[in-house]
Unconditional design. Structure first.
Length: 773
């Protein structure tokens, strides 16, 4: 008997429902990601336990310990841990990003890291691996496509096993200056790692020529070989490789290497380039016209070479995406007579120092996005045109006009209109009369200063050296809460320094240079008592006095410029340039004035001092034994005064003493011996008729001179000083805040991947220094 029709319909509905149930069950079950494998979880936990967490191990200010989320309990799924990525189907760990994780310790060949056999992406950037050599065990991670170990303090030879990871698409070992690449290393990379798209070896010690075969990497989009121990490495030199027309290269960083020869016209074939850094090489010849074909170029650094000839600015104005152009310090003559039909790119950084310019380029009138403009060291005469007051009012933070022949401002504004200006350099010109008032945002200033600077509460450095300022000491500057550097050397300051005022206490002052003026009276012992920043002994660190500025290009790449304060000093009688000033550095120079009286004992309060120069005054009395409390003192110059008495025996305890000069005084007795005093020669003690003993040829015959007197009192001051800044601001006005930039290239936070600089960088160096004869 057959089934009825209604029953058939019912059965069909049941079967369809059953199928849908299994289908839904199948789909839902497949969407559940499996938990990580126990062996890999244990390997990660063991890796975590191998390291200390130390905030100073990472330089990124946003760094934090990602491994803090890794818990040892059995139910913890390592696929959900910070920095860990797992395959969604298998649960195997395929990615590990521990960049800027504050890790400190050694990476050994037996590390549990190398048990993560499925790992494809490994990033350990910006940690501190204690100068560990790179383990050969990297060969066990044969599936790696991305390996990034930048700025993580590795050392030694890069093992060949890394170059056998044939699946690598990106290799970044930058900012490890203790790493070395064997002579054939670049050739091996080009032969074995044919899939490479990114190769970054910035600041790695490369001991070979750049092989042309490197240009054969057909997938390469980013190549950075800047700052590879170039100055002492005779092997790393040669010409820029010839790249193929079909190359997909987008970033080429070869700055601060030993490349010579001419810039090949074939660079014009790299039409995908958005970043090109050839700065600080030995390139000569002309700038090829083919550069105008790089229509995607955003950043171009050709500064600090030996390029020559007449260069039409039109050549670069055709590059409508160009936002950063550096041509400074070559031998070119830049022609700015532009055609009326020129299309102007919107520059953000334009460095044209020492380009033989005779006037302010007219095209600047239309620039409203400039952040940094340097026209220093040219031949620009006359006044700053009025229209310059309308250039990039909202964005300009750095303006360099030093070393020209400027006489003033056309229709002087009461206040400079640049609301975000931080650095202004006007020194070494022919300026006359009043100057405009800088805005409150200013951080370092070089020129003649108006009283209204007291409103610039962010001001950190003032350089008024080598001008003709006829005034008393501007004690009112002491009210500036952030002022750390004050250079007033070689002016016409007169009168006494006066008594201290609690409102003008220079609370953060680290460096003061008042040398070569006409100051009189006694040394200001009241100031020595209240200058608190000079009384602190800071631990030596690698931090510098600098400013950070980030530029984001059209391609979304962050370029982080680090601009360091710099200064010129006299160290042991020789002019020395400090491209960077250590954060802990403290110096005091009152030389070549007309101070009189005794050196006050309270100078020993300035415990943080590293440099002290009181030479060429009319100081009398003994050398205070309290100077022995300056335990970090490197140099002390008391020469050309009228000091008397014996040299305190306590000074022999200054273990960092490297320069000492008390010549041309009236000292007497035996010259102390021991420690650093045994390294000083005759020049330190000459022209003291009553001094005797080594290193002078005069022997001590009078018994009373057999031993210099020592104080019966214990020293209650701990004094520290180092002498290298005898002439801060040497030359026609010293450019403070001269930038030694570093540029970083990265698509995320880019402080350490400097392309110019940072290179930052590729770190590129953005150098605002003037060229000195």
């Amino acid at each position: 008997m057959g089934l009825s029709f209604p029953l058939i319909i019912l059965i069909m509905r049941f079967l369809v429902s059953l199928m849908m149930f299994y289908l839904i069950l199948s789909v839902s079950s497949s969407g559940v990601q499996p938990m990580c494998h126990d062996d890999e979880r244990f390997a990660l936990l063991q890796f975590k336990e191998s390291y200390f967490i130390n905030q100073s191990a990472s330089r990124d200010p946003t760094a934090y310990p990602k491994v803090s989320s890794w818990k040892p309990d059995q139910i913890s799924d390592c696929c959900k841990w910070d920095g860990v990525e797992c395959n969604k189907d298998t649960g195997h760990v395929i990615g590990l990003d521990l960049s800027s994780s504050c890790l400190k310790g050694f990476l050994n060949s037996n590390s549990s890291l190398f048990r993560l056999a499925h790992l494809q992406n490994l990033n350990l950037d910006d940690n501190d691996f204690n100068s560990s050599p790179l383990p050969t065990s990297f060969r066990q991670l044969s599936r790696l496509t991305v390996l990034s170990l930048a700025a993580s303090i590795f050392s030694g030879q890069i093992p060949s096993e890394i170059f056998k990871l044939s699946k690598l698409v990106s290799l970044n070992l930058s900012y490890n200056p203790l790493l070395k690449l064997q002579e054939s290393g670049l050739t091996v990379i080009a032969q074995n790692l044919s899939n490479l798209e990114v190769l970054s070896l910035k600041q790695v010690d490369i001991s070979s020529n750049i092989p042309n075969i490197l240009a054969n990497l057909s997938s390469l989009t980013s190549l950075s070989l800047s700052e590879c121990d170039l100055h002492d490495n005779e092997n790393l030199k040669g010409c820029i490789p010839e790249f193929h027309r079909t190359s997909p290269l987008k970033l080429l960083g070869l700055g601060n290497t030993s490349f010579n020869g001419e810039i090949p016209s074939s660079l014009g074939n790299l039409t995908n380039l958005f970043f090109l850094d050839l700065q600080a090489n030995s390139l000569h010849g002309s700038i090829p016209q083919s550069i105008s074909r790089l229509e995607n170029l955003e950043t171009l650094h050709l500064n600090d070479n030996y390029l020559s000839g007449r260069v039409e600015l039109d050549l670069f104005l055709r590059l409508i995406k160009l936002v950063e152009l550096q041509l400074s310090r070559n031998n070119i003559t830049l022609l700015t007579n532009l055609s009326t039909n020129s299309t102007f790119p919107k520059f953000r950084m334009l460095l044209l120092a020492h380009c033989d310019l005779g006037e302010f380029p007219e095209f600047l009138r239309n620039q409203d996005q400039l952040e940094l403009l340097d026209l220093g060291g040219n031949k620009i005469h006359g006044q700053v045109p009025k229209w310059m007051g309308n250039v990039s009012i909202e964005t300009l933070w750095g303006l360099g006009l030093r070393y020209n022949f400027l006489t003033g401002f056309d229709q002087l504004p009461v206040v400079l209109p640049y609301v975000n200006l931080k650095a202004l350099k006007l020194d070494s010109n022919m300026l006359q009369g009043s100057l405009p008032i800088p805005p409150p945002s200013i951080a370092f200033y070089s020129g003649r200063v108006p009283r209204s600077l007291v409103d610039c509460t962010k001001l950190e450095a003032i350089n008024l050296g080598n001008n003709q300022i006829h005034d008393i000491f501007p004690s009112w500057l002491g009210i500036l809460p952030e002022l750390r550097i004050l250079i007033l050397r070689s002016n016409e300051l007169y009168g006494t320094l006066g008594s201290s005022d609690s409102n003008f206490d220079f609370s953060k002052l680290h460096i003061i240079d008042l040398s070569n003026n006409d100051l009189t009276g006694k040394l200001p012992f009241e100031h020595f008592q209240i200058w608190k920043a000079m009384q602190i002994v800071d631990a030596v660190s690698l931090k510098y006095m600098e400013e950070h500025q980030t530029l984001v290009t059209l391609a979304g790449v962050s370029i982080n410029h680090i601009y360091s304060y710099s200064m010129t000093i006299i160290n042991k009688g020789k002019k020395t340039v400090y491209q960077k000033i250590p954060d802990f550095f403290i110096a005091f120079d009152l030389s070549n004035n007309r101070f009189e009286g005794e050196i006050p004992d309270v100078v020993g309060n300035l415990k943080g001092l590293h440099l002290l120069n009181l030479s060429s005054n009319f100081l009398t009395g003994p050398i205070p034994y309290t100077l022995a409390n300056l335990t970090g003192l490197e140099a002390l110059d008391l020469s050309k005064n009228k000091l008397s008495g014996a040299i305190p025996l306590q000074l022999t305890e200054l273990t960092f003493f490297s320069y000492f000069n008390v010549s041309h005084n009236r000292l007497k007795g035996l010259i102390p011996h021991g420690k650093q005093f045994d390294t000083f020669d005759n020049s330190s003690f000459n022209e003291n008729p009553k001094l005797c003993g080594s290193p002078l040829s005069k022997k001590c015959e009078n018994p009373e001179y057999s031993l210099p007197p020592s104080s019966s009192h214990n020293s209650e001051f701990s004094f520290e000083f180092g002498w290298k800044v005898v002439e801060i601001g040497y030359g026609c006005g010293f450019l403070f805040g001269a930038v030694s930039g570093q540029v970083v290239i990265t698509k995320k936070y880019g402080w350490f991947m400097k392309t110019f600089a940072i290179g930052q960088s590729n770190r590129t160096r953005v150098n605002w220094r003037g060229r000195r004869n």
